[in-house]
Write a protein that binds this ligand. Structure first.
Ligand code: F0G
Length: 425
């Protein structure tokens, strides 16, 4: 397996720039990082990874947010709106209910545009500047388009986003629109949007900032670095497991890369590596299918459907990077129903943590794995919640109780309060 937890020391190729280069995960071909626009390997079309001659340990990190980890990133600074440094919430009732040693919620919805995508964009848009491109593009289920629009406008670049028509939550379209993206609504699903935008990028129409772009995943690595640092500070040890929602499997790939690099730097030991555990919606679960079948190939699902529109994805492009991560860390993957997702969204909301449906998938998956005994009571677990509740106000309103109309008098309100019980309870 090329992406193993015990990689060989990298030989620094001649095309490295300041100790940074791109390398194909399949054929190991190397490329200079910032000279030409390139998303996949010229030789075999495999996925590319950013590689470093020197990898940092925890002692090398300073400051706050994504750029605290500059020594683990391809550039020293980015186009920033102070992303990262997101909260790691305690959820005591959920922890009790699940019967686990510790459960923490890493709430990525607390990033500037309300999702983890900001971590990828602060790096990806900076690389776009370095490359000198003037138009950025992505396909998106919504959050990537919001982040691209915000960071693109901050960087002074044009942005173009392709969205599956009628399948993107209201908050996300509003963000992309106000931040000035040109929004194309495609009569097809996310995977069709990604096919088209990849072709546009190949024709030089725009610089692609989906997670196929290896630089984006470098920024997203910092989620893993923050979780590990926080657990070490709070518990004196690292989490046993990290549970996360999976769409294109970019975060799964990015977290695995963070662990491999820390291992290679000698900052952690093999037994410190958390079990990467992916959760998909049952109506869009090709990664779960591959993990269950023990297969290296992920079958593309043409028909996908779920209330968790952010992860309504049938062709997870980062699977070749993410599947080894799940296997090597002895993690797993599980599918959850839309009802289980909504239930988990309510559980989190009941502890004051507001997340969008896709985010709640992590908690729904943890509950299911705990019930099946795959997650054991002695485990310390971090769940990733990837986007904020306000991203999808319609889903939140549907999951919560309806407002109750009352007359405009104190008497009428009192009468209402003492009268019928609360609807829906
Ligand atoms: N959670 C949320 C809220 C997302 O928006 C996404 C992906 C994921 C999870 C899945 O993450 O791809 O790293 O496995 N959203 C992309 C978008 C596809 O266009 O906003 P992944």
């Amino acid at each position: 397996m090329s992406l193993s937890l015990s990689p060989d020391e990298p030989a620094v190729p001649n095309d490295a720039t300041d100790g940074v280069w791109l390398e194909c995960i399949d054929c190991s071909e190397t490329f200079a990082p910032f000279e030409d626009v390139r998303y996949t390997c010229d030789a075999c079309d495999g996925l590319l990874e950013v590689r470093y001659a020197d990898l940092p340990t925890f002692d090398d990190f300073e400051g706050r947010g994504v750029w605290r980890y500059a020594d683990a990133l391809p550039l020293e600074s980015g186009v920033t709106t102070q992303e990262g440094a997101t909260p790691l919430y305690e959820v005591p009732r959920l922890e009790d209910d699940l019967g686990l040693e510790a459960v923490r919620i890493k709430h990525e919805g607390m990033n500037p545009t309300g999702s983890f995508k900001d971590r990828g964009m602060t790096v990806g848009v900076a690389v776009a500047k370095e490359l000198g491109v003037d138009r950025l593009a992505c396909a998106s289920t919504g959050n990537t388009s919001a982040a691209l629009a915000a960071y693109g406008s901050r960087g002074g670049m044009q942005t173009l986003v392709l969205l599956p028509a009628g399948k993107v939550a209201a908050g996300k379209v509003a963000q992309a629109s106000l931040h000035g993206a040109r929004i194309l609504e495609v009569d097809g699903n996310f995977d069709a949007c990604l096919d088209i935008v990849q072709e546009l990028a190949a024709e030089g129409e725009a610089y692609l900032l989906n997670s196929l772009n290896p630089f984006r995943l470098e920024g997203q690595k910092t989620i893993g670095l923050e979780i590990l640092e926080a657990f070490r500070d709070d518990y004196g040890t690292f989490p046993d497991r990290i549970v996360l929602p999976v769409g294109n499997a970019g975060n799964t790939a990015a977290l695995y890369k963070a662990f491999r690099e820390l291992l290679q730097a000698g900052a952690i030991d093999r037994e410190d590596v958390p079990k990467l555990t992916g959760v998909q919606a049952a109506g869009a679960a090709p990664m779960v299918e591959a993990v269950e079948n023990g297969s290296d190939e992920v079958r593309r699902w043409d028909d996908v459907e779920t209330r968790a529109t952010a992860i309504r994805i049938g062709n997870p492009v980062n699977a070749p990077k993410a599947l080894p991560g799940i296997r090597e860390t002895e993690g797993t993957a599980i599918a959850v129903s839309d009802e289980e997702i909504t239930e988990a969204q309510r559980d989190l909301a009941g502890e004051g943590v507001g997340v969008e449906p896709a985010s709640a998938a992590s908690v729904a998956g943890l509950r299911k794995l705990r019930a099946e005994g795959i997650v054991t009571e002695d485990e310390r677990v971090a769940c990733l919640t990837t986007g904020h509740l306000l991203k999808d106000p319609d889903a939140a309103a549907a999951a919560g109780d309806d407002p109750e109309p009352v007359p405009a008098t104190t008497e009428g309100v009192l009468e209402h309060l003492t009268g019928e019980s609360r609807p829906g309870r």
